[in-house]
Design a protein around this ligand. Structure first.
Ligand code: UD1
Length: 420
């Protein structure tokens, strides 16, 4: 397994470009199952998860042509069977996103039931309950979700018990081809849900209310081909901003969208960052100062994102003062804390809160990544530490961050990949 070797203690400085959003690209790629026409998806990030989604579509017979410029043309007209195998679902939980569109368009879908993962149990009961309410016959047998519908799915009034991002996306995609109107209440308001709705609309769907907690979808008989460019990745953007703030540096992040990062930018300002924004860029300057500790609570958008919690925990490790970080979305998302304590951080987990007493500097150590965002936080911790850190199990990071060591090198970091 590859490792990353980091020599920390250097303030990061420079400019980087942000890639397309993974969490937007994945549902958009799954949405191509709603039409037999070709859909061209642009601004895709170079990530393992994107390759896994292409592999998943490909193993069912869907044809795709990968273009030169971060684009792919997908045509589901060639689909031969409707089975998303465990071998792929176990490597990427977002595979569940093929369930709704496949069922709505082809009347059947078999998708391996995703298991728990390092950050929590992560059930998909709400996806299944909503699709059942739309008339699907769903059973779970031998580790597989088996869904069928004889006729078109029916529009329904659906109240989501919890705010679920991929749950909202699955139901919204299925509702596009249902007979009648579907209303999704307590819907996720994440920008990636909005991006998916915009893509679906470009394919002929009739959707309104995305970005609010009530989404209305009027089903149509068919969707058509389209060309759509994925929005920038807000989590990648935030991760680089935090890495730079934590190392007391200065950065300009380009090809991003400041208006979807408000909760993160306001916490960075609280930490002492000077922030300037344009339509598609963000500049951050710590003016050489040590960050101040911040307290925050994660919750669904527009509140502070759980996918940025670990990175802020890393920043608090070297900040001035005590920061309290409360996680309300996932039950087990503090695995990075124990690794950072091995690097000399002073953190205590109390229930769903971690209390961080900032230290002037961390000391490098060998550490192990447990999930995607925890990996990013350990890299940040390594960048802030004196002497050497090696981060093991970095296959997690390659699932969600495009060329991370190259981008950090552009900012002056001493980081290199040690192949296994
Ligand atoms: C998505 C994101 C992930 C992010 C998360 C929360 C993608 C591909 N992934 O994951 O990066 O961390 O949103 O912002 O977009 N839940 C249930 N039953 C369900 C569905 C969810 O109990 O049927 C619970 C989950 O266990 C969790 C909470 O609801 O505690 C929110 O999860 P959810 O929004 O569904 O996360 P994902 O869509 O899997």
């Amino acid at each position: 397994m590859d490792k990353l070797e980091i020599h920390g203690g250097i303030p990061l400085k420079g400019e980087i470009r942000i890639a397309g959003a993974k969490n937007s690209a994945l549902p958009i790629m799954a949405s191509t199952l709603l039409t037999t026409d070709t859909v061209k998806v642009g601004n895709l990030p170079h990530l393992y998860d994107i390759t896994t989604m292409l592999e998943l579509l490909g193993c069912m017979g869907v044809e795709s042509i990968v273009g030169e410029k971060l684009g792919v043309e997908i045509n589901s007209g060639t689909i031969r069977h409707f089975n998303a195998p465990y071998e792929l679902v176990k490597t990427m939980r977002a595979s569940i996103l093929v369930l709704g569109p496949m069922l709505a368009h082809f009347g059947e879908a078999e998708v391996a039931l995703p298991g728990g993962c390092a950050i929590g149990s992560r059930p998909v009961n709400l996806h299944l309950a909503a699709l059942k309410k739309m008339g699907a016959d769903i059973t779970v047998e031998n580790g597989y979700i088996k869904a069928r519908t004889k006729n078109r799915l029916k529009g329904a009034h659906i109240f989501m018990d919890l705010v679920t991002v991929t749950g909202t996306e699955n139901v919204m995609m299925a509702a596009c081809l249902a007979d009648g109107v579907t209303i999704i209440e307590n819907a996720a308001r994440e920008p990636e849900v909005v991006d998916l709705a915009c893509c679906l609309r470009s394919m002929g769907a009739d959707i309104s209310g995305e970005g609010t907690d009530t989404i209305t979808v009027r089903g149509v008989e068919r969707l058509h081909g389209s060309e759509y460019s994925v929005m920038p990745d807000r989590i990648e953007t935030g991760t680089y901003l935090i890495a730079v703030a934590a190392t007391r540096g200065k950065i300009k992040v380009k090809d991003t969208r400041p208006n979807i990062l408000e909760a993160v930018l306001s916490k960075l300002e609280e930490a002492g960052a000077h922030i300037d924004i344009g339509k598609d860029w963000i500049a951050l300057d710590m003016k050489g100062n040590r960050p101040k500790a911040v307290s925050l609570t994660t919750a669904p958008y527009p509140a502070f994102p759980t996918d940025m919690q670990a990175q802020f925990t890393a920043l608090n490790a070297v900040a001035e003062g005590i920061g309290m970080i409360t996680e309300t979305v996932f039950e087990n998302r503090f695995m990075h804390v124990h690794e950072m304590n091995r690097m000399g951080a002073d953190m205590k987990v109390e229930g769903n809160t971690v209390v961080v007493n900032g230290k002037e500097i961390l000391k490098g150590a060998p550490v192990m990544a447990t999930d995607l965002r925890a990996s990013a936080s350990l890299i940040i911790a390594g960048l802030m530490s004196e002497n050497q850190t090696t981060v093991d199990r970095i296959y997690h990071i390659d699932r969600g961050y495009e060329c991370i060591e190259e981008k950090l090198q552009l900012l002056g970091a001493k980081i290199k990949r040690l192949p296994s």
